[in-house]
Design a protein around this ligand. Structure first.
Ligand code: KIV
Length: 273
């Protein structure tokens, strides 16, 4: 059963997310990287699906998000789009596809839009990537920002700890958020920052903030689907709420299948031709 009773069938657009903020209606977002999962969460009524570069960790087993390529993000984006009829689909621009050269950034974003058929892109960073964001926006491609903990900069910061606890970093984040709003982004992911700061940012800007580890004051929330479904046992940050224990369910199901095969109980007479 869908959890979203209002507007349950109408396609979600970037415009609609902004209207939801104006109405005070919270926005739900989850990650997906494949057709089957995207179809399930879309049918459950999720507002937005992020084809996150966390696919690098979750799908490919890399330690960081840095190795995933533009081609791989397009592959995941294309698979997700095919499973979705209502949610807004946003594809992460991978590390190296937009930093430093705004023409390359635009070319990367155009490839994502043309080849995956997603409806928006997301990019990490503030003033450092302003030129790239503006060039992409000028081509009519909606951009979502991403501030706070920015995993593509892990080698600069060295940890995945909470960001912007210090006043100077909090000030920079606030000014980056204002800038992203002014230049025309349609939303901002705020990752792992103090709840008080996220609430302040959310109150000051006109576009929705989508938090992950950024508290209740954000206009919406995002989680990595595999984490909230309990598929990943080794990751238990404070901000993560597990809604299922699929690790246990899968382990049990596979164990019973193995037993049945070993004992000759599968297939049965009715499961053969
Ligand atoms: O790649 C990702 O999954 C993300 C979310 C954590 C926001 O960027």
């Amino acid at each position: 059963m869908s959890t979203n009773t209002s507007d349950s069938a109408r396609k979600v657009t970037t415009r609609r997310l902004i209207e939801m903020k104006q109405r005070g209606e919270k926005i739900s977002m989850l990650t997906a990287y494949d057709y089957t999962s995207a179809k399930i969460i879309d049918e459950a009524g999720i507002d937005a699906i992020l084809v996150g570069d966390s696919a690098s960790n979750v799908m490919a087993g890399n330690v960081t998000t840095l190795p995933i390529t533009l081609d791989q993000m397009i592959y995941h984006g294309k698979s997700v789009v095919k499973g979705v009829s209502r949610a807004l689909v946003i594809v992460d621009m991978p590390f190296g596809s937009y930093q430093g050269n705004s023409k390359e950034a635009l070319a990367s974003a155009i490839r994502i839009m043309k080849e995956s058929h997603a409806e928006a892109v997301k990019m990490e960073g503030g003033k450092e990537v302003r030129e790239s964001i503006e060039r992409i926006l000028s081509a009519g491609i909606p951009v979502m920002g991403h501030l706070g903990l920015t995993p593509q900069s892990i080698n600069k910061f060295g940890t995945y700890n909470v960001r912007a606890r210090e006043e100077a970093e909090a000030e920079k984040l606030l000014s980056d958020a204002r800038m992203l709003d002014e230049i025309g982004c349609f939303g901002i992911v705020l990752e792992k920052i103090p709840a008080e700061l996220a609430e302040k940012v959310s109150a000051e800007i006109s576009i929705p903030t989508i938090g992950i580890g950024a508290g209740r004051g954000c206009d919406g929330q995002v989680l990595v689907m595999h984490d909230m479904l309990g598929l990943n046992r080794g990751f238990s940050p404070r901000f993560l709420r597990r809604y299922a224990d699929l690790h246990t369910i899968m382990t049990d199901a596979v164990g019973r299948y193995i037993e049945d095969v070993k004992h000759g109980d599968f297939p049965s007479a009715t499961e053969q031709y």
